[in-house]
Design a binder for this molecule. Structure first.
Ligand code: MN
Length: 213
């Protein structure tokens, strides 16, 4: 009998407690966001790729880097759910427990110098990032990428990833209402302002080094 392999994508456990980001991001939001929303993207991605084992065997980032290789009838499902899986997988690691080494505070390492070079100051960078993310209409993400030798802030709608545009995400923030509604309701700007307190600058620096190539 032929052996059937199912190369399913899986949701990794959150690398810290749900309450570790309190009071900036509340435990209930983290639990629903990770266990329900992210799990749904994973489930839907697996469902979309059920008949495509050659695609399901690839890292999700590779699918997003080359969406043209994904058959048209499942391309939207892969863009949305593959994007949802990839984006959240980065997001959980780019934030971390309040009070831990390298979490919150001012940027450290090579990213600190690049922020100063390209934006003038950390405060100016935060303002640009928050304004860009705040202005994203409806659901989407704010991003920091490295393009043509400079840091660049942008936003995308829905679960669209910069990987699909040849750009490697260094930093990202989720501005879907599910990321903040339980605590902040309609106050996206307050959530954006609080979120900097849980940034993991070690992880940002790791991604910056890769982005620079
Ligand atoms: Mn989300």
């Amino acid at each position: 009998m032929e052996e059937i392999f199912t190369m399913a994508y899986e949701l990794a456990p959150l690398p810290y407690d749900y309450a570790a980001l309190e009071p900036f991001i509340d435990a209930e939001t983290m639990k629903v966001h990770h266990d329900k929303h992210h799990q749904t993207y994973v489930n839907n991605l697996n469902a979309a790729l059920a008949g495509h084992p050659e695609l399901a065997a690839k890292p999700v980032d590779d699918l997003l880097r080359d969406l043209a290789k994904v058959p048209e009838e499942i391309r939207t499902a892969v863009r949305n759910n593959g994007g949802g899986h990839a984006n959240h997988s980065i997001f959980w690691r780019l934030i971390g427990p309040v009070g831990s080494d390298g979490i919150g505070g001012s940027p450290t390492g090579p990213i600190a110098a690049q922020i100063t070079a390209d934006f003038g100051s950390y405060e100016a960078f935060k303002k640009t990032f928050n304004e860009t993310a705040a202005k994203q209409f409806g659901s989407g993400w704010g991003w920091l990428v490295f393009q043509a030798g400079k840091l660049k802030v942008l936003s995308t709608p829905n679960q669209e990833s910069p990987l699909s545009h040849g750009l490697y995400p260094i930093l990202l923030n989720d501005v879907w209402e599910h990321a903040y509604y339980l605590k902040y309701q309609n106050r996206r700007a307050d959530y954006l302002a609080a979120w900097w307190n849980v940034i993991n600058w070690h992880e940002v620096n790791k991604r910056f080094v890769i982005a620079k190539g």
